[in-house]
Design a binder for this molecule. Structure first.
Ligand SMILES: Cc1ncc(COP(=O)(O)O)c(C=O)c1O
Length: 497
């Protein structure tokens, strides 16, 4: 089926590019499959075009429907224009205008954009209604043999382009599993000795969990950062193929994805979107976990439809040389200098302090170490000099909120609890959050910063008298947002209380 796919009437045969800088850094040869160079800036055009080009004359005449706020919508829009098939593309009302405009651009007169529903599920229900009640053919984003076969053409190109090279493994990003299943199927048929490894975001590991369970598992929630791959339920057909052909799965964190976006940029000068950089993050983790040197690997660079607003968040997180710490120093002249002497000549990237009427002070400080060993060396040196140090590089509350909250101490506030919330970011989301949170209790601390990510992150201090604790617990359940109790976080007690 892959061999008979008709994708090249619109898709490009993209290059398999040797990533010079990344290869040197990882001491292995890394090749990037540049799907960001497709006319819609992602591989999605392959599957959409293949599916639509195989429709019957009657189906084409009636038209097609799909639901997507992302790359699938752009693939369907461009394919429908090329094949002159009318398409209804349903997107949630809150879809950012940049994405709506991209679909409009590719779809021209052939695509009708229908903005419907407050979220993806409501938009999808409308697309299904158009399919069942009005007879349009649904173009699924991943769980369709023709879509999977279209994505598989990418695997065929990798085989052709890597001929004569001793490729050890291919790393492929996974959302619903269409690209992974398509590439795995062709690789295992032609060169079964090459390992095929799927890569998922740690907060959306649908394929990993399903393969472990031996059946399709639905995730109750998924993180939205790698939005292209944020899928609650993977496909049945993609699961069947991946069970048969995929050797292993790897999951990577948000910080690893951000670092991979930076690696992709260093070699290509292209900013990959988070889902587009998943496979690079996967190959890096695989090499470091297994201590591999001198092998050859391919990673799919699957898309570059990056929201410009997100780059601030990505740039903040991509810097894995940055070590964030809190240090307690005596409140006497010369303390700052003495502290810095322990860190010099390393670059200090952040330094925050506020006087607190006592004999000591807590400093927020970050510095650039050469590597993890170098960072530990600094921490050991500080502890030898009897500084009290807390490592905060993995402390989400400190990284997202507290470092931006200068001088927020308030010792007189009574019965304060501190919670960190995450909620889907969309226009009006913060307002809605405020309405919900501030109706019953006094808000004593609040921090929100728009990170240009799909998830809003808020830190809230609330005054909850002990007799209201139960009511508050109930409120948290009803609110329905992801939350973390940060009341015992040492950063809170040191800097904010
Ligand atoms: C850039 C990018 N990478 C990866 C994926 C995941 O693809 P699949 O759902 O076929 O696993 C998508 C899906 O839209 C995507 O847009």
């Amino acid at each position: 089926m892959i061999l008979s796919s008709r994708v090249y009437e619109v898709a490009q045969e993209t290059p398999l590019q040797y990533a010079t800088t990344l290869s040197t850094k990882l001491k292995n040869s890394i090749y990037l499959k540049r799907e960001d160079l497709q006319p819609v800036f992602s591989f999605k055009i392959r599957g959409a075009y293949n599916k639509i080009s195989h429709l019957t004359e009657k189906q084409r005449e009636k038209g097609i429907v799909c639901c997507s706020a992302g790359n699938h919508a752009q693939g369907v829009a461009l394919a429908s224009t090329k094949l002159k098939v009318k398409a209804k593309i349903v997107m949630p009302i809150s879809t950012p205008s940049i994405k709506v405009d991209a679909v409009r651009h590719h779809g021209g007169d052939f695509s009708e954009i229908i903005l419907y529903g407050d979220n993806f599920d409501e938009a999808q229900a409308e697309a299904r209604r158009l399919e069942s009640e009005e007879g349009y053919t649904m173009i699924a984003p991943f769980d369709d043999p023709l879509v999977i076969a279209g994505q598989g053409t990418c695997g065929l190109e990798i085989l052709k382009q890597s001929m004569g090279k001793d490729i050890d493994a291919i790393f492929i990003c996974c959302g619903g599993g269409g690209l992974l299943a398509g590439i795995a199927a062709i690789i295992k048929r032609i060169r079964p000795e090459i390992k095929v490894i799927g890569v998922e975001a740690a907060d959306a590991p649908g394929m990993t969990q399903s393969l472990l369970a031996g059946r399709v598992v639905s995730l109750p929630t998924v993180g939205l950062f790698a939005d292209g791959a944020a899928v609650k339920t993977i496909g049945r057909e993609t699961f069947r193929l991946c069970s048969q052909f995929v050797d292993d799965m790897i999951i990577v964190s948000t910080d690893e994805i951000c670092a991979a976006i930076k690696d992709g940029f260093n070699d290509t000068r292209i900013v990959l979107e988070p889902a587009g950089a998943l496979a690079i993050a996967g190959v890096k983790r695989y090499i470091s976990k297994n201590g591999i040197v001198g092998k050859s690997f391919v990673a799919t660079a699957s898309g570059a439809n990056m929201d410009f607003d997100r780059m601030r968040f990505v740039a903040d997180r991509a810097d894995n040389r940055e070590t964030l710490i809190s240090v307690k120093i005596p409140e006497v002249p010369g303390s700052f200098r003495q502290l810095y002497e322990q860190i010099f000549p390393r670059n200090v990237t952040e330094f925050s302090y506020r006087y607190q009427e006592s004999s000591f002070a807590h400093i927020f400080l970050s510095f650039h170490a050469k590597n993890a060993e170098d960072a530990s060396k600094v921490l050991d040196k500080l502890r030898e000099k009897e500084y009290e140090v807390i490592e905060l590089s993995d402390n989400e509350m400190a990284k997202v909120h507290a470092r931006h909250l200068a001088g927020g101490r308030s010792p007189n506030v009574k019965n304060e609890v501190l919670y960190r919330f995450e909620f889907p970011e969309k226009p009006g989301a913060l307002n809605l959050f405020l309405q919900k949170i501030s109706s019953s209790w006094n808000v004593s601390l609040f921090h929100y910063r728009n990170h240009g990510a799909d998830v809003g992150r808020v830190l809230v201090g609330l005054q909850i008298p002990p007799e209201e604790q139960q009511k508050f617990d109930h409120f948290l359940q009803v609110l329905g947002y992801t939350y973390f109790d940060e009341t015992d976080n040492p950063v809170y007690t040191r800097f904010l209380l």
